[in-house]
Design a protein around this ligand. Sequence first.
Ligand code: ADP
Length: 741
Amino acid sequence: MRHATCIRGITSARTALGRFAISATVRVALAVVALTTILTYLIFVLQAAKAASETMLLIAIATTALTAAACGALAPLVRSNRRLRQEITRREGRIEALSDRLWELREAEERTKGLLEAQGDVIVRRGGDGRIAYVNDAFCALAGHSRDSLIGKTYTLTVLEQGATSVVADGTRAFDQKIATQDGPRWISWHEVSIRTDAASDQQTQSVGRDITDRVRAERVLAEARDQADAANRAKSRFLAIVSHEIRTPLNGILGLADLLRDTRLTPEQESYVKAVRASGDALFSLIEEILDFSKIEAGKLDLNIQPFALEALVESAVELLSPRAQAKAIDIASYIDDRLPRMVLGDATRLRQVLLNLAGNAVKFTERGGVTLIVEPGAASDEVIIQVRDTGIGIDPGARERIFSEFVQGDEGAARKFGGTGLGLAISKRIVDHMGGRLWLESVPGAGTSFTLSVTLPRAETANINYEVAVSAGSSALIIAADDIVAPLIARRLTRWGVETQVVSDPQQGLNEISKRHWETVIVDCNVGTANAIAIVQHCPAAIGRRIVLLTPQERSDLAKLTAAGFSDYLIKPVRAESLAARFGAQSPDRDPFLAVRDADTSHTTKSLAILVAEDNEINALLARALLARLGHAPTIVGGGEEAVAAFRAARDAGRAFDLILMDVQMPGVDGLAAARRIRALESTSECKPTRIVALTANVSVEDRETCLAAGMNGFLTKPLDRERLIEALNLVPKSAIAA
Ligand code: ADP
């Protein structure tokens, strides 16, 4: 457009200049004629004067005057002629500039064209009727036709595959096409826009296509590889689940029978062998658990089960579980849960517990002196809970700090590795915490200890805080005498929060001095100062000290009689629960989480003998179940499959001796546990009898397995290897009313 305007400008300027040039020449010629005439007349006048002819003189003067007048009239014409010359010069300059510009434009056009061709993009422009108005060389090459044979035609490329069209905000349509060409199919990614041309109203469509064949090929190869990897991953997860199931089943026999063996009369040597069997079985069991967990996480199958749970009970139960291990190493383990935290929170208790057990388990494993503390406090963000697991152990080398969160990595990887383990625990914990939307990090000083900190959001499940209603009078005071700096500082911290003025001393002699110096309302003595020292201290206490509490490990419990006789009024077993401490200070026990309350309940088995039907196809597991149940004082009936279980259930009911409980293996040949449970429920629904409690007994441990069992009508779920405590809990859950008289 601009180009054409320029050319028009130049042409009209030339025409105008031509006109000006012609009229100026005429005017100059006229001026010359006029001057010549004037001169001729002047000569004629002079000759007339010389001849003294009056008439001639008059004629000469008149003619001269007329000629002068004519010359005067010519003067403006001359001026105008000068202006016109200047104008011509100016316009010629402009013509030159426009010519230069025209040349530049032609050159730019050539350059742009060259650039487009060099880009390799395919360009085609079509009119409203679909006829090709322009094609570039790349399009001709793709189509396999010359430009001349394409221009003006409605030719279209052969499309083998058509991708979806997307429209960009500026109206550009984008789509991919697989095009058939002489050299085989090519993938072209098109961008199509509507454009208006010079020819007034003609609307054209310009399509610019880029050959993306190589990219599409690479993407397809990649997608195929990803699909194959996914399939392999699924196969691996399935394989691991099967292997884990298969290993769990014999492991159930090993661990269970080792336990039973330990209950028999054994020589010390035999006892140590059985213990070793049990320890090896436990190690194998946790290895399977970790590998299974890891594969589940890798396969993206880690589902969180968000339920209300009691945070304090969860942390304390984890500490209790680890305390035998800590006490066996003569180190301490204790927890402190800030009572500003909610009593019940929302989260996945099982997974959080797994993380805590792993962190605190490592802390115990890598600590030889001192101990481990778990401190739970509210974080700065709303609903944020900070859990710190600190130890006074070997510490972690700065170089290993990031690495140890990766799978199969251990801080100490030398051949002379002292500590066992798979190097999976932290990797799993980190991924669980990430999945919960939390953070896990560590600080460590080699040789001095490690502190793992976990930050998670646990929304409040109810308004009440942990908050113990402790009856503490004003000016209440407590002296704690303990030889460690793990348990005592945490007890002191709690008492201080309850408003008790507290002092901790580690030396028994200093303790005696403090007692002599002033009045204390409470004296707490940890037996780790030595039983003799503890007795000496309590005997030194004046009668005015009303609360004299001794702290004991379960092993030191045998000294309790001696200690009470010496003057202790009360005792606390380590690890000390906040609730137990509060009870010593007059607090009422708050209701605990029913899920965890089972653990606190009297776990001695029910005194009533239960009639229990056990459906188990594995002979060793059947033997184990029979022995375990008989040992607990119950009457087991063992059947080897689902079909037999249904028959035994029906026969017992018809004989008026219905079972109190059915322990049902899930995976059995023929009628499996699920089908058997459904059949039993169906039989019950057609008769008047009360439903019998059915508990699944299975080596399948996933949440889905649990849900399938419940959906089949079962009431509970026990996993193999069967844990004696868990079995007792399951037996205790049989409602008394349901037990046959
Ligand atoms: P493992 O089964 O080996 O304990 P983890 O993933 O739980 O696997 O831990 C990885 C490594 O991190 C351990 O082998 C150990 O070197 C180091 N580590 C973990 N926790 C501690 C700790 N509290 N103190 C010292 N080292 C630790």
